[in-house]
Structure formats: structure tokens, C-alpha cells
Design a binder for this molecule. Structure first.
Ligand SMILES: Nc1nc2c(c(=O)[nH]1)N[C@H]1C(S)=C(S)[C@@H](COP(=O)(O)O)O[C@H]1N2
Ligand SMILES: [Mo]
Length: 258
């Protein structure tokens, strides 16, 4: 009997691989439900491209895949922050070095908790030097020290219905949200120091700012005022369901310029 040709073997391997990937996808889908793999703007025009890239990353990537970390010699600290703080509460807390400031973590959680910076610093502490890409073209490599967001979420205990984590800012009435894939990524940090031991200045997002390396810079919310665990985005921010104060400007929820 004739053995199979190299070409037949290749074709068979490809088909086999394809079936395995598809099978994995279907199994993952069954495990989490369709909603986990779809972005909130699926119904909009720019949602098509985003839906494909979002769904494929959630299906085929693990949220344990790490972004590169850099040595201290690579730090650039490029700072593109412009508007000085105007919020009276933030100004008062800046004057007293956030001594009496608390970060409420509320929404669909079992134990709503308000954390001081000292409380946050008692949780797991992590320092990382990562790149922050701004959608407008600025890239900066900076150090971030803080607590993995995952640890804060585990401390308050998320309800099983939670799908997004919302952030409200002291600056410009800004607000944004990420999904649990990003929220539980090991490099997603709630940052309270830039260089270890050095609290954030307002230009870098005091009192705490998000470091979300899987995303463009606009989702790295500075000056966080409150964190909310959300079942959907309909009641968050402007109530349009888009999940980000930037989506009314020039970008979509997961970062594609539109
Ligand atoms: N509250 C708030 N956070 C914000 C912004 C903003 O306008 N308001 N700009 C974002 C954008 S677009 C970028 S690129 C980064 C820039 O800050 P960095 O250089 O300190 O990372 O902050 C993000 N965080
Ligand atoms: Mo940005």
C-alpha cells in the first residue's frame, strides 16, 4: 500500500489542528457563555472589527500571558498629562497627602470596603516596569508599584454575576471600565507609587491609578475616586452602555480608534 504523501499529511495535520482549535473554542464558549467573548459595543458600526478581535483574544489567549517587563535603564517616563486637578476633594487630599482618603470598592460585591493607601499597601505588593502606549502615538516606559487589582477584588468578594469593573476619576469627570479578563490579569495593578517608596504625583494619577498593560493608555485611569463591580454597563457612566467616557470621543471601549 502506498504511504500518505507529505502533502496529504500536512493537509490532515492542518484539518486536525483546526478541529482541535474549534473544539477548544466550543468548549470555552460552553464554559463561560457567549457574553464573555463579546465586547459591549457589539451592536455598533465599529463593533464589527472589535468584536472579531475581542472574541478571538478571549477564546484563544489566556489572561495569564504576560506583557514584556523592562530594566530600569529603559525608563522614559514620558508624561503627557495636561489639565491640573480642579476637583476640590482631590485638592484637599493632595494637601494632606491622602491621610484621610479612602477608596470605596462597591457594587455587586459581598463586602463593600473603603481602602486607605496603607490598607492597599498591606495587600500583595508588586513593582513592574512596562510600556504604556497612547492611542495618539506616545509610548512611555515607566515603573508602577501597587497591588494586583485581582487581590482587591478577591478581598471584597465579587458576586458571580459581575462582568465588568468600573473606575470613576477625580479628573474631567472621566470614567472607564474593563472586563474580568483584564481585571484578573496578573499585571493589572492598582498603582499607588511610581518609583518604589515614592507616592504618585497628581501628574501620574494620585492617589491611585490603573496600570492595565493589555490596553492603550486611555484605560489606565488616573486619579481613581471609586471602583464599582458591575453586572453590565447600562447603569455606569453616562448610561449609554459603552463603558468609557472616551467612547463618546474618538475611540471604542477596547481601544480601536474609530
Ligand atoms: N482620569 C484620567 N485618566 C487618564 C487620562 C485622562 O484624561 N483622565 N488620560 C489617559 C491617557 S489617554 C493616557 S495615554 C495616560 C497617560 O498618562 P501616563 O503617561 O502617566 O501613563 O493616562 C490615561 N489616564
Ligand atoms: Mo492616551
Amino acid at each position: 500500500m502506498k504511504g500518505i504523501s507529505r502533502r496529504q499529511f500536512l493537509a490532515a495535520s492542518l484539518i486536525g489542528g483546526g478541529v482541535a482549535v474549534l473544539g477548544g473554542g466550543v468548549a470555552a464558549l460552553a464554559r463561560r457563555g457567549l457574553g464573555y467573548y463579546l465586547p459591549p459595543n457589539i451592536g455598533s458600526l465599529d463593533g464589527l472589527v472589535e468584536t472579531l478581535s475581542y472574541a478571538s483574544s478571549r477564546l484563544f489567549l489566556s489572561n495569564k500571558t504576560l506583557v514584556p517587563e523592562y530594566p530600569a535603564s529603559a525608563i522614559t517616563m514620558l508624561d503627557n498629562w495636561k489639565s491640573p486637578p480642579a476637583d476640590p476633594d482631590l485638592l484637599a487630599h493632595l494637601a494632606t497627602q491622602f491621610e484621610s482618603w479612602r477608596l470605596p470598592v462597591t457594587g455587586a460585591v459581598r463586602h463593600p470596603t473603603s481602602f486607605s493607601i496603607t490598607d492597599l499597601a498591606r495587600l500583595q505588593r508588586k513593582t513592574q516596569i512596562v510600556a504604556r502606549h497612547c492611542i495618539n502615538g506616545y509610548t512611555s516606559i515607566s515603573p508602577y508599584t501597587g497591588v494586583p487589582l485581582k487581590d482587591v477584588l478577591e478581598a471584597v468578594g465579587l458576586a458571580s454575576s459581575v462582568r465588568y469593573i468600573g473606575f470613576e476619576s477625580y479628573f474631567d469627570g472621566g470614567w472607564d471600565s474593563i472586563d474580568l479578563f483584564d481585571a484578573f490579569h496578573p499585571q493589572t495593578l492598582l498603582t499607588y507609587e511610581e518609583f518604589p517608596g515614592q507616592r504618585l504625583s497628581w501628574t501620574r494619577g494620585a492617589p491611585v491609578r490603573l496600570c492595565a498593560p493589555l490596553h492603550y493608555g486611555f484605560k489606565w485611569v488616573k486619579g481613581i475616586k471609586r471602583i464599582v463591580a458591575l453586572e453590565n454597563l447600562d447603569t455606569f457612566g453616562d448610561g449609554t452602555g459603552m463603558g468609557s467616557s472616551y467612547s463618546s470621543k474618538d475611540r471604542t471601549w477596547s481601544g480601536v480608534a474609530s
